[in-house]
Design a protein around this ligand. Structure first.
Ligand code: NGS
Length: 279
């Protein structure tokens, strides 16, 4: 696991008293059920989390500055389980982080990719984040060595999920949880905005990366283990294949470059920054 550290793209230059990321090398998996649920206000106070779900270590200089972007609609229990679990997990890695939940207003079909773009745009207004984790709230990282920070290459983080019996279903899968630096994300113009409904947006994003010459990286299957919280499957969108086929024409014009949305509401909640957006 020591070479994982060499693959990381630091947000801050190393200096005296830089934080270290403890690498356990342990294969002991964590499960969300084993984390006793705590009231969010109590947890924030106990762990020193600032309003809006921000934290950084105070006894050393963090090496990584990370925004975690979570698209959301209608999954209250999963959100609570995720937050209860993820803060101690991130703190154990000594990251300087902030969590954003981007909720889509009820009007249209869910657009995961566009919500990622919105989260990126809103986070960037607040702070000069160096690294972005884009991920679903139903995915729980099970190995504390799965560092929630960026690598030199865009990284597919959730390559080993329990529902696939910890196997990668196909090489080009770039869904679930991914990590990109601000530079990498800007280079591909973010995600496409046209993928309403389930499926395809992650495949389109993978093609964007390939078209710009990016190699992607993954940590080993024992490090990249995730536990998926169960829910019923969404019906796949009927337009996803057509959007994928014509995707390449839109890489430069569809994404961060033409992003339009309305923020309907926002709050600094104890464990995360909440943004309600009409997309
Ligand atoms: C592909 C989807 C992806 C999706 C992946 C895994 O078929 O968006 O399955 O889905 N692509 C298309 O529909 C074109 S999963 O089995 O995790 O539900 O991420």
């Amino acid at each position: 696991t020591e070479n994982i550290y060499d693959e990381m793209e630091r947000s801050y230059p190393p200096r005296d008293n830089s934080c270290v990321i403890p690498v356990s090398g342990s294969s002991q998996l964590l499960y969300p059920e084993e984390h006793p649920r705590e009231d969010p206000v109590v947890m924030a106070r106990r762990l020193g989390i600032l309003p809006g779900g921000q934290w950084k270590p105070l006894n050393c200089h963090p090496l990584f500055n990370v925004a975690i972007i979570l698209p959301y609609r209608n999954r209250q229990t999963q959100l609570a389980i995720f937050m209860n679990y993820i803060h101690p997990f991130l703190q154990s890695q000594n990251l300087d982080y902030r969590i954003f939940v981007i909720e889509q207003s009820p009007m249209r079909e869910f657009n995961r990719a566009k919500l990622f773009n919105v989260g990126y745009a809103e986070a960037t207004k607040i702070n000069d984040f160096h690294c972005f984790i884009f991920q679903d709230i139903d995915l729980i990282p099970q190995n504390p060595d799965n560092i929630y920070a960026c690598t030199k290459m865009p990284r597919h983080m959730s390559s080993s999920v329990n529902t696939f019996r910890y196997n990668l279903p196909y090489t080009g899968l770039f869904g679930g949880a991914i990590a990109l630096t601000r530079k990498q994300f800007e280079r591909v113009n973010g995600f496409s905005n046209v993928f309403y409904g389930w499926g395809g947006e992650d495949d389109d994003f993978y093609s964007r990366l390939q078209s710009r010459g990016f190699q992607i990286t993954r940590f080993g299957p024992n490090v990249a283990q995730y536990y998926m919280l169960t829910h019923k499957k969404e019906p796949p969108s009927t337009t996803r294949f057509a959007n994928l086929e014509t995707g390449a024409r839109r890489y430069d014009t569809d994404g961060l470059s033409n992003l339009e949305y309305r923020v309907l509401n926002h709050q600094l909640r104890p464990l995360y920054s909440w943004i309600l957006a009409d997309v």
